[in-house]
Each structure stands twice: as C-alpha cells, then as structure tokens.
Design a protein around this ligand. Structure first.
Ligand code: DIR
Ligand code: MN
Ligand code: MN
Ligand code: MN
Length: 309
C-alpha cells in the first residue's frame, strides 16, 4: 500500500507544550523504515504549514488559541483532502485538535467517492465538547464534536464540508468524560465503549461489531489514536494521563484486527508529548502499534486481499 506521512506539529490545543515535537519523535522512532520494511511505499510529505491566523473572538473567554487553531484546522483539512487522493494518509500530531482538520478533509474525500465515512476514536476522552461547553478551554477537547457537525462552530472554525454521521462513530477506551460530553454523546447516538464495557466484554467483540457495520456499508474507516487510550504505565508521554487504560495486548489486538479488516483508509497518531517521554518509549510503542495496523504479525496468519478504495 502507498502510505503518506503528514506531520501536523500543533500544540496549542493541549494544556501544555510539547506535542509540536510529536512528528519528529515518531520519525525518530523509525516510522518510515518500519512501514517500508512491511512492504509499503512510503511518501513523507513533511509538515503542514499553519495558515496565518485571523482575529476570531468568542464569548467563551476560556478558549485558548482559537485563532491559531482555526487556521491550523483549515490547513490540515486541505492537506488531508489532498493526501487521501491516492494513498493512505498517516497524520502525525500534534495534539488531538489536528483531527478536526484530518477528519474534515477525509470526510470530504469519502463523500466525493460516494463512500460513508466511519470513525474509530481510541481515547481516554471523547473530545466531544463544543466551543460553548468546554471548561478547560483546551481545544483538543473539541475535534470529534466539530467533525460530527455539532453546533456552535460556525464562524469560529472553518465551515465543515461534510459531517460524520454520529451513528458511524465508535469511541473506545473512555475513562474521563465531562458531564456536558456525556449528555451530548447520548443524544447524538455515538457508540461508546468505556473501560468498564471493555473489561466486561473484552475489546475484540466490541471492535468486531463496529467493523461489521463498516464492512456492510462499504465504508471507509478513519482511526484516530490518542496516546492516552493506552495505560500510562506503558505510554507515559502524554499531557493528560488517566489510569486504567488499554493494555499493551489490548492495543495490539485492536491494531491487528483493524489490519485484518482491510477497512482502514486513514490514521491519526496524536497527543504524543516527547518532552514527557522516557527515552522514546512511548514514541516507539506508537510506531509498533502502527506496524501492527499495517501488517506486522507475530506469526503468519491468513490474510484477506485489500478491497480497494
Ligand atoms: C477534558 C480533557 N475533557 C477537556 N480532554 C482531553 O479539557 O476538555 N484530554 N481531550 O486529552
Ligand atoms: Mn483525544
Ligand atoms: Mn485523550
Ligand atoms: Mn456554516
């Protein structure tokens, strides 16, 4: 497969600095060579350039860096649209606000192809705040709400070409949800698997059910992997650690099942903060998880051929 690496060195959406270094750390951990060794053709597009910010003022004075983030979102959406023309884009964050742009650009591409877009959001948090409900004001808490067309972004974020239908979104790994997000997730009808559900059922059947929906609809699948989906004991390099996350085995199982499904058409690797890492340990884990998603296996397994785009 042809993979296109796209850096999105955004850090203003998170509560602390450091995510800007994420793309460098993922490259340093060997992302490109790992993908090449798996037989993929890899193109590295370098980094998205932020457009100049224009003044944007919002009534919620807690919002941080709104003009800058709005400009980043426009630039990332455009690049995501272009990069997904004839390759599988892998977006290197940057904090999770980059996904406002990546999902928007990918949704536009999917609509043009007449394919429904599904989104798998692997995260401790649902990132389902609007500009009005966020309490922290950190805009990495809003991208899924924006991409699914929740109201209140008009005039502040770029106009959304195509919204992702909430019934095609699955959020997995939740263990930190603000009250406004909980209400909104229920109302919108997003499929939500919190850690308790994963504990009770096991992660595989939950994922399998979602993949069956994607397959049945002949959909495209965007995967957004936040470092804090993982337990902090294995992935410490993130500004918002929450105990009780996915284990090493659960995370690799998810990635291998995604690989087997041959449904994934784009990927975000977000929230890596290399300043908080232990000698590249978290960056290396993120690269290894990407390898599992892109075909690395412990032993040979029966594989399906790619269904094409
Ligand atoms: C919290 C934490 N819900 C907020 N969110 C995220 O700031 O809105 N942390 N995304 O990573
Ligand atoms: Mn997130
Ligand atoms: Mn998170
Ligand atoms: Mn509008």
């Amino acid at each position: 497969m042809r993979c296109r690496i796209v850096g999105a060195p955004v850090q203003d959406g998170a509560g602390r600095m450091g995510c800007e270094m994420g793309p460098s750390a993922l490259r340093t951990a060997g992302l490109v060579s790992v993908l090449s060794e798996l037989g993929h053709e890899v193109e590295d597009w370098g980094a998205v350039q932020a457009a100049p910010a224009r003044a944007v003022v919002h009534g919620n004075l807690a919002l941080k860096a709104l003009p800058e983030i709005s400009a980043w979102t426009a630039a990332i959406a455009e690049t995501a649209y272009t990069a997904s023309r004839d390759a599988m884009p892998i977006f290197l964050g940057g904090d999770h606000v980059i996904s406002a742009g990546t999902v928007s650009g990918i949704a536009r591409r999917a609509a043009e192809r007449g394919r429904p877009l599904f989104v798998l959001w692997l995260d401790a948090h649902p990132d389902f705040h609007t500009l009005d409900t966020t309490v922290s004001g950190n805009l990495h808490g809003v991208p899924l709400a924006y991409a699914s067309g929740r109201p209140g972004f008009d005039g502040y974020f770029p106009d959304l070409p195509v919204a992702v239908d909430p019934s095609r979104i699955c959020v997995m790994g939740l263990r930190s949800v603000d009250p406004a997000e909980r209400r909104a997730l229920n109302e919108a009808g997003v499929t939500v698997h919190d850690m308790r559900t994963i504990d009770e059922h096991g992660i595989a059947p939950l994922l399998r059910a979602f993949l069956a929906l994607v397959e049945k609809a002949n959909g495209l699948l965007h995967v957004s992997l936040d470092v804090d989906f993982l337990d902090p004991s294995i992935a410490p390099a993130v500004g918002t650690t929450v105990p009780g996350g996915a284990t090493f085995r659960e995370a690799h199982l998810v990635m291998e099942m995604l690989s087997d499904s041959v449904l994934v058409s784009s990927l975000d690797l977000v929230e890596l903060n290399p300043f908080l890492d232990e000698r590249g340990r978290t960056a290396t884990l993120m690269v290894d998880l990407t390898a599992s998603l892109m075909g690395r296996r412990i032993m040979d397994r029966p594989t399906r051929s790619h269904s094409g785009s």
